[in-house]
Design a protein around this ligand. Structure first.
Ligand code: BTN
Length: 262
């Protein structure tokens, strides 16, 4: 179980005031966060769990959440405007990469939109959900799942993601307190940049530097259509521009697969 006192001692946030709720096991931390928002919880609520029985990924996929992983959902306000919600997901992806660097994990990159890769395999995922709090206001739940101290043997053999865990990759366990704290500090400082600059331009620059998607050959599944091309650019609103044989396509929702560049 995470030692919250230890986490508190290394927090250096100036904007967010994290308020922690911690469980040994829960269905989904995103669901718990949603219930708390409906009861009046505000920005800063952070729901943590040692494991999840109904962890959810994007498109309602199951997110297997055995002991040893880091699972949390943080409640944030959309910065600048509501349409910036996808950008908040990119911001948190950058914070997760920085957090992993902080605990000594290299070879980490972001894959559009919010997957974190270690080497070529997925090590973490982010699920952003908007929750209306009035006719005009919304909060965002950002759910973060990191395969940190779990092992491949803790996952089903037919698990749908091609994944790895930090522990398997670097051959040792790492501190969950240090990782969580580094991620929260980083979210806080990146939100600070957005507030000061009133734009996500710098966040997108950070994302681009961490990206393993840009310049890569990708397969885009858009409903029933499949397109193959080179991921060229990330646009102001967080969409991905892909150059295909039939011209440019802008991908706003959906999944991509990295393909070999040959
Ligand atoms: C994805 O890559 O599809 C997103 C995975 C997000 C998983 C996290 S674990 C904590 C939070 N609670 C959930 O049920 N999902 C997110």
């Amino acid at each position: 179980m995470i030692d919250l006192e230890l986490v508190q001692t290394c927090l250096k946030t100036t904007i967010l005031r994290p308020h922690f709720i911690i469980y040994d096991e829960v269905g989904s931390t995103n669901e718990v966060a949603r219930e708390h928002i409906l009861k009046g919880a505000q920005e800063g609520l952070l729901v943590l769990a040692g494991q999840q029985s109904k962890g959810r990924g994007r498109y309602d996929r199951h997110w297997h959440s055995p002991k040893g992983g880091l699972y949390f959902s943080m409640v944030l306000k959309p910065q600048i405007e509501l349409t910036s919600a996808p950008l908040m997901g990119l911001l948190v992806s950058c914070a997760v990469v920085r957090g992993l660097h902080k605990i000594g994990v290299d070879n980490v990159s972001v894959k559009w939109p919010n997957d974190i890769l270690l080497g070529f395999d997925k090590v973490a995922g982010i699920l952003c959900e908007l929750v209306p709090t009035s006719r005009t206001d919304f909060l965002i739940i950002i759910g973060v799942g990191i395969n940190q101290n779990s092992r491949a043997s803790d996952f089903p053999k037919d698990y749908e993601y091609s994944f790895t865990t930090v522990r398997d990759y670097i051959g040792q366990t790492t501190s969950q307190e240090r990782l969580l704290c580094a991620i929260i500090n980083s979210i806080d400082s990146l939100i600070g940049v957005v507030i000061t600059e009133k734009s996500y331009t710098s966040i997108l620059d950070v994302w681009k530097r961490m990206s393993s998607t840009l310049g890569n050959k990708v397969r885009v599944v858009d409903g029933s259509e499949i397109h193959i091309g080179i991921a060229e650019e990330i646009l102001e609103d967080g969409a991905l521009s892909v150059v295909t044989e039939k011209g440019k396509r802008v991908v706003r929702i959906g999944d991509i697969t990295h393909l070999r560049n040959d």
